[in-house]
Design a protein around this ligand. Structure first.
Ligand code: PTJ
Length: 252
């Protein structure tokens, strides 16, 4: 569909078109649309921009990723749809491994996501079919099947856009978790070491830029980061936006 550039919700409508196309292609699960909608609602509350708190979390994440020995990015249908180029770029500049890990897991979708990432230059993609040869202890969903070469033996896992019990199960395995989630209340957000409360389409390019800055000075860099405090401030921003909108209505 041709969306007029002057439409007040142009960017958001463009993303919806992407989501629609990825559903048709079979990259996105049907439930992925609901997940996107939930994200849109939280993004609205956030003001649809990267906050100072998200910037701080992105910087802390960049340092953690640069210091990691075996970092992995976990890819589901939604992020393969929204930021395929950024996933591949990240995998090359760090470097880190790409692993497909789906909640609504089918081999057919794994292959479709693989092909989409390859179109953007990915060469090695883990977690497909028999490659998911290990299990996360205590996790019964299909998301518990992971690759020995990837998530199973990783030290840092980036989990953009998911709500579930996997992050907690990975933490119990001793891994550091970086979440990108617009919902600051989600279980993933609350149990992660670093939660970037931002839209993946804004956060991923910024994360890449930060990693480029830190890459060469790896070990020396270290910043104070309190995830609970960061999440609390992100919730505060949403609360203040609501108060501001309420005041505007009262003025009418
Ligand atoms: O591709 P699959 O089979 O692995 O399925 C993936 C989905 C996303 C369907 C599955 O993980 C799921 O159901 O996720 P939830 O429980 O809906 O959680 C998704 C979280 O991501 C919610 O907290 C949303 O607010 C958040 N979210 C949605 N869109 C974005 C987002 N966060 C950041 N950027 C977004 N664009």
């Amino acid at each position: 569909m041709d969306i007029p550039k002057n439409h007040p919700r142009y960017e958001s409508l463009l993303l919806r078109e992407k989501i629609k196309d990825c559903l048709k292609e079979g990259v996105l699960s049907e439930v992925g649309i609901a997940a996107h909608g939930r994200g849109e609602a939280f993004d609205y509350l956030l003001g649809e921009k990267t906050t100072e708190e998200a910037d701080k979390a992105i910087k802390a994440a960049a340092i953690m990723i640069c210091k990691a020995e075996t970092p992995v990015i976990s890819v589901n249908g939604n992020i393969a749809c929204l930021v395929p180029g950024e996933i591949v770029q990240l995998s090359k500049i760090v470097p880190l491994k790409i692993e497909i890990n789906l909640f609504y897991r089918t081999y057919e979708r794994e292959i479709k996501i693989k092909k989409r990432l390859e179109k953007y230059g990915a060469t090695t993609i883990l977690g497909i079919g028999e490659n998911a040869n290990e299990s996360i202890p205590g996790l019964d969903s299909l998301r518990g099947k992971v690759s020995e070469e990837g998530i199973f033996n990783s030290d840092v896992v980036i989990v953009p856009l998911e709500d579930g019990d996997r992050a907690l199960a990975l933490k119990k395995m001793g891994k550091k978790i970086i979440a990108i989630d617009l919902n600051p209340f989600s279980r993933t957000s609350l149990c992660s070491d670093i939660t970037i409360v931002d839209n993946v389409v804004r956060a991923m390019p910024k994360l890449i830029e930060e990693i480029k800055k830190f890459k060469d000075k790896r070990i020396e860099e270290c910043i104070e980061f309190d995830n609970s405090e960061n999440i609390r401030k992100s919730i505060e921003i949403m609360k203040n936006n609501l108060i501001h909108w309420e005041e505007k209505i009262n003025e009418r």
